[in-house]
Ligand binder design. Structure first.
Ligand code: ZN
Ligand code: MN
Length: 472
């Protein structure tokens, strides 16, 4: 299986004209001009931000950025393509020869998938079919896309789905795209062929177009693998063709015979000069790359986080960033992960809420954890504080003051420290138990030290006496 994924870039304007690039809520045919509607004589001008974002995505995929990239015209007729050609990069794409390590589901392994290329191209408009009529909306015409083409390194629907998920995460980490599948920001085509074990040559492939959900990628590929296997088992031939996924009937259906690249009569776009990508420019973009999902994933695994949670965190840019913002203040990543993934996720699920509805800030969670770490409150009180933080977004200090929880947790907490000191010092304990009163001071000192001087000395004295005398 090889994938072609189109990523819609979130630039302010379109690829070759100043029109607004966000048409999601606009009336049809509002964000258009003579350039993106292909009027004769129009002259395109390349959007620098789109090229920068494409290079950033290419680098994040481990690709080399070419010294030069060239736009070509891909000629075909369709009503959503007013110019009669798409501007793309056929022969000299901006990014080449990458390798992406992806996080698989359901096991600890990762997998390296080779990237053939990533190129920049413009999107077409949209056809809308309503009550027997067809309409065209060109708002999306000229929107910048990056098309990512993999080598056929994927081996199952599940792996393809995982690859697609990793691409969305990278698009969001780098902020080259909003990555909303519901809004068509990411669209996936899958090329599938079967061969016998040990065969070197690939079999005849089919291409499934326009898979726009993770579930569709997995189901469509699994269906197509099964369909081809049945044909081959019956000693028949797979026809090379383009197929579509019918999400209602859960099957792929034939759309058209496969065209060859020469059918499109590609030729260099005469109105746009080639782009020269200077080393300095590439290095500058590389230096701004954030930590990527795979690096985050390995970090989380090192923190002994379970694989499922580590994957969830790493592949969700929003949560991973919240995590990083919290650990930047509070140097206890294990606890940050635990509070986010167990306490917070549990409450979100119970309330049927999304992570974006989180009311508290990273600094609040950091504060809560450090209050517990500094023994100012017990972890039991911590949970009560978190409940209120979760509901209201109020800072932990304010909540604790309001309920006067610091004092209450005091005794409980000193008791806890005493238990620890006793467990850690069996020899001194046995000395005291056999009647040596001189070692009592040692226990006071040890508890005070553990509480970093926060424990009330009078209370500590009382509680220690009670506890130790019970052992005599
Ligand atoms: Zn325009
Ligand atoms: Mn394309």
């Amino acid at each position: 299986i090889g994938l072609e994924i189109h990523v819609q870039l979130n630039t302010k304007s379109k690829l070759f004209c100043p029109c607004d690039n966000d048409s999601s809520k606009a009336e049809p045919n509002i964000n258009i001009c003579p350039i993106c509607t292909g009027h004769p004589g129009h002259l395109p001008l390349t959007n620098k931000a789109a090229i920068e974002k494409a290079a950033e995505l290419g680098l994040a995929l481990g690709c080399k950025i070419a010294e030069k990239s060239v736009f070509d015209r891909k000629n075909y007729f369709y009503p959503d393509l007013p110019a009669g050609y798409q501007i793309t990069q056929m022969h000299c794409p901006i990014a080449l020869n990458g390798e992406l390590e992806i996080i698989l589901e359901n096991n600890l392994e990762t997998k390296k998938v080779r990237i053939n290329r990533a190129h920049v191209e413009s999107d077409a408009g949209k056809l809308i079919h309503k009550q027997g009529n067809s309409y065209v909306d060109w708002n999306r015409s000229g929107t910048p896309l990056v098309e990512i083409v993999t080598e056929p390194d994927l081996r199952s629907g599940a792996e393809a789905k995982a690859f697609f998920e990793n691409i969305r995460a990278i698009a969001r980490y780098t902020d080259v795209s909003d990555g909303d599948l519901e809004n068509g920001h990411l669209r996936c085509d899958a090329n599938i062929s079967l061969r016998k074990k040990g065969d070197q040559k690939f079999g005849t492939r089919t291409e499934i177009k326009n898979l726009n959900s993770f579930r569709a990628v997995e189901s469509a590929i699994n269906y197509e693998v099964e369909r081809q296997a049945q044909i081959l088992d019956a000693n028949k031939k797979v026809i090379q063709e383009t197929r579509g996924w019918d999400d209602m009937q859960k099957m792929t259906v034939s759309q058209r015979g496969k065209e060859e690249s020469h059918d499109y009569r590609y030729f260099p776009e005469p109105d746009i000069p080639p782009l020269h990508h200077e080393k300095k420019w590439i290095a500058q973009i590389k230096s701004t790359l954030p930590k990527l999902p795979i690096e985050k994933y390995h970090e989380f695994i090192k923190l002994e986080m379970p694989q499922k949670e580590a994957r969830t965190l790493a592949l969700n840019a929003e949560i991973a960033m919240f995590f990083s913002a919290t650990t930047a203040i509070c140097k206890n990543p294990k606890q940050v992960a635990r509070w986010l993934l167990t306490e917070h996720f549990g409450r979100l699920a119970k309330n049927n809420q999304k992570f974006s509805e989180t009311k508290f800030l990273p600094k609040d969670l950091a504060e809560l954890i450090s209050l517990i770490d500094k023994n100012e409150i017990s972890s039991k009180i911590g949970k009560d504080v978190f409940d209120e933080m979760f509901e209201t977004g109020i800072a932990p200090e304010t909540i604790i003051k309001k309920h006067n929880w610091k004092q209450i947790s005091g005794a409980e907490f000193i008791e806890h420290l005493i238990e620890e000191v006793i467990a850690e010092n069996p020899l001194v304990v046995s000395k005291y138990a056999s009647g040596d009163n001189r070692v009592f001071g040692f226990f006071i000192g040890a508890v005070m030290k553990k509480s970093q001087g926060q424990a009330n000395p009078k209370l500590t004295n009382e509680l220690l006496e009670k506890k130790l005398n019970a052992m005599r």
